[in-house]
Design a protein. Structure first.
Length: 456
C-alpha cells in the first residue's frame, strides 16, 4: 500500500489507541521512515492547537507542524504530515532500527543505568512540556533505547478524554495500563498525567513488576482507581521509593507537576549528579517558535492561492534579510494549501553554479511519483532527475486520477527549458492553459517597505 503516492508501507511496527505505525519507505529519498496512520475519527482527537471554533483539519495540520519543529536528542523527529485519500491524517517520523522498549533494554542494567534511562525520558518531557505539548501516551513501547540513548516517540495527539469511558474501544489495554486515574473519570490530560505514566514505567524498571493486578481489565482499572502503591513494599529503598510513590499518587494535585523536579529528586535519591545541559539540548529549545507578526502577508498569500485554484495565477517575490521569516511564511502557506487538498511541490536553487535546472529537480522528482512520463519525455528528464529509473519503478499503487494529476501531466509535457526561459504559459494541444505559480525566496534588499516581505 502506498500513502499519498510517496510512502510505501511495509510491516506494522505497533498499534495504539489512535492508529497503526508502519515501517515505510519514502519513495522520494529511498530512506526508511516510520509512518503513523491515524485511524480514529478526527473529531475524537484532542490536541493543543484545537479551539472550539477552529477548522478541525487546519488545527490538526497546525498540530502536526508543531510536532515537526521538535528537535531534541531524546525525542523522535517528525518529518512530514498529510491526509490520505479518505481524509485521515498521517505523519512520518524517524525510524529507529533496532531500538528496544525501555523495559527490555533496562532489565539487566545496574540501578545507575536504569535511573539514567528514566532521566532521559524525563528530559524529553521537560522539553515537550515547555513547548506546550503533552505527550498523552507515555508507555514502554513509546520509549525506545538504542546504544544507551532513549528516544521518546508517538507524542502530541490523543483521543478526547472528556468521553474516555465511552470511547475505551479506541484505546488498547497496553495504553490503558499507563493512563492516570483521573483520565478514567473524564479529567483532561496534564503534565501530571504524563508524569504518572513515567512513574509506572519507573516502577516497573526498578521492581521488575507492574504496580497493579493485570489478571483482567476490570481488576486493573479497580486498582488504578483505588489502590495506592507503596514502592518500599516491593523492595525499593528510601528516597527512591518516595519519588515513585509521589509519581503514582491518585490525585493529580499530590503528584509532581514538573518533570525537572522529578529529575532533581531522582538524582538525589540515587546519589547521582544532575545531568549536564548539553549543547544539543540547549539548541533544541531555540528551534521551535510560534508564528507571529505576518498575519497581513499570510492573508494576502491565501487570497492569491484561492485565486490560483480558480484559474487566476500570480507571481510573488518574497524578499528580505536573512532571518525575517521568509521560509516560515511559505511553510504556513503550505499548511493552508495542504488542508485545502492542494498538492504543493517545492524546488530550490542556490547561486553556486549548478545551473538553472536545479530549481526543477525536486519538483519533477515529486511529479514522477504521480504521473508516468511518455517515452519522448524520458530523454528530457534524465539529465534533470539522475535517479529517474528508481522513481519510475515504484510498486503498483492505487491513486485517484483526478484534477491534480491532470495538472501534473500537463507539467510533464512542458519542456523544462521553456519553464525557465519564458514568462508566458504555453497552450498544449488540448487547449488547456498551464499556469505556473512560483514562490521565490531571496535574501537581497529591494526598494520597498521594510514592513512587508511581499512584492507583486
Amino acid at each position: 500500500m502506498i500513502i499519498n503516492c510517496r510512502y510505501e508501507l511495509h510491516e506494522a511496527l505497533g498499534r495504539g489507541g489512535m492508529g497503526v505505525v508502519y515501517r515505510a519507505t519514502d519513495l522520494l529519498s529511498g530512506h526508511p521512515v516510520a509512518l503513523k496512520q491515524v485511524t480514529v475519527p478526527t473529531g475524537l482527537l484532542a490536541f493543543e492547537s484545537r479551539g472550539g471554533d477552529a477548522d478541525l483539519d487546519f488545527a490538526l495540520a497546525q498540530e502536526f507542524k508543531a510536532l515537526a519543529t521538535i528537535r531534541h536528542p531524546h525525542i523522535i523527529s517528525v518529518y512530514d504530515f498529510g491526509f490520505d485519500v479518505q481524509g485521515q491524517p498521517y505523519f512520518t517520523m524517524e525510524y529507529v532500527d533496532g531500538g528496544r522498549p525501555i523495559l527490555d533494554a533496562g532489565r539487566d542494567l545496574a540501578l545507575e543505568a536504569r535511573v539514567g534511562l528514566i532521566i532521559q525520558m524525563l528530559q524529553a518531557l521537560v522539553y515537550l512540556h515547555r513547548h506546550g505539548i503533552l505527550h498523552r501516551d507515555v508507555k514502554p513501547s513509546n520509549a525506545l533505547v538504542l546504544d544507551g540513548q532513549l528516544k521518546l516517540l508517538d507524542f502530541g495527539l490523543s483521543v478526547i478524554t472528556s468521553q474516555t469511558m465511552e470511547h475505551l474501544t479506541h484505546t488498547t489495554a497496553g495504553t490503558m495500563a499507563y493512563m492516570a486515574p483521573e483520565l478514567f473519570q473524564g479529567a483532561p490530560y496534564s503534565k501530571a498525567t504524563d508524569l504518572y505514566a513515567a512513574g509506572v514505567i519507573a516502577f516497573e524498571l526498578f521492581t521488575g513488576r507492574f504496580p497493579y493486578e493485570q489478571s483482567n481489565l476490570a481488576t486493573m482499572m479497580r486498582d488504578v482507581l483505588g489502590k495506592q502503591v507503596e514502592a518500599a513494599s516491593y523492595g525499593v529503598a528510601g528516597e527512591l521509593a518516595d519519588v515513585l510513590d509521589r509519581l503514582l499518587v491518585k490525585s493529580p494535585g499530590g503528584r509532581y507537576h514538573e518533570a525537572e523536579h522529578v529529575i532533581r529528586d531522582l538524582c538525589a535519591a540515587a546519589g547521582l549528579p544532575l545531568p549536564p545541559e548539553t549543547e544539543q539540548i540547549r539548541e533544541s529549545f531555540l528551534q521551535a517558535a510560534k508564528f507571529v507578526g505576518r498575519e497581513a502577508e499570510m492573508s494576502y498569500l491565501v487570497d492569491l492561492l484561492k485565486a490560483a485554484t480558480a484559474g487566476q495565477g500570480s507571481l510573488i517575490l518574497i524578499s528580505g534579510e536573512s532571518g525575517v521569516g521568509k521560509s516560515r511564511l511559505l511553510e504556513e502557506l503550505r499548511i493552508w494549501a495542504l488542508v485545502e487538498g492542494i498538492l504543493v511541490l517545492r524546488g530550490q536553487a542556490v547561486s553556486d553554479g549548478r545551473g538553472y535546472y536545479q530549481l526543477w529537480r525536486d519538483v519533477l522528482r515529486s511529479i514522477l511519483l504521480y504521473v508516468q512520463p511518455g517515452q519522448d519525455e524520458l530523454a528530457l528528464l534524465q539529465p534533470v532527475v539522475p535517479d529517474l529509473a528508481r522513481l519510475l519503478n515504484p510498486p503498483t499503487m492505487e491513486t485517484d486520477p483526478t484534477g491534480p494529476q491532470r495538472m501534473l501531466a500537463l507539467a510533464l509535457q512542458a519542456k523544462v527549458d521553456e519553464y525557465i526561459r519564458r514568462h508566458d504559459c504555453e497552450r498544449n494541444e488540448n487547449g488547456h492553459d498551464l499556469v505556473l505559480l512560483l514562490l521565490l525566496l531571496t535574501s537581497c534588499s529591494l526598494p520597498a517597505s521594510r514592513n512587508s516581505l511581499l512584492h507583486r
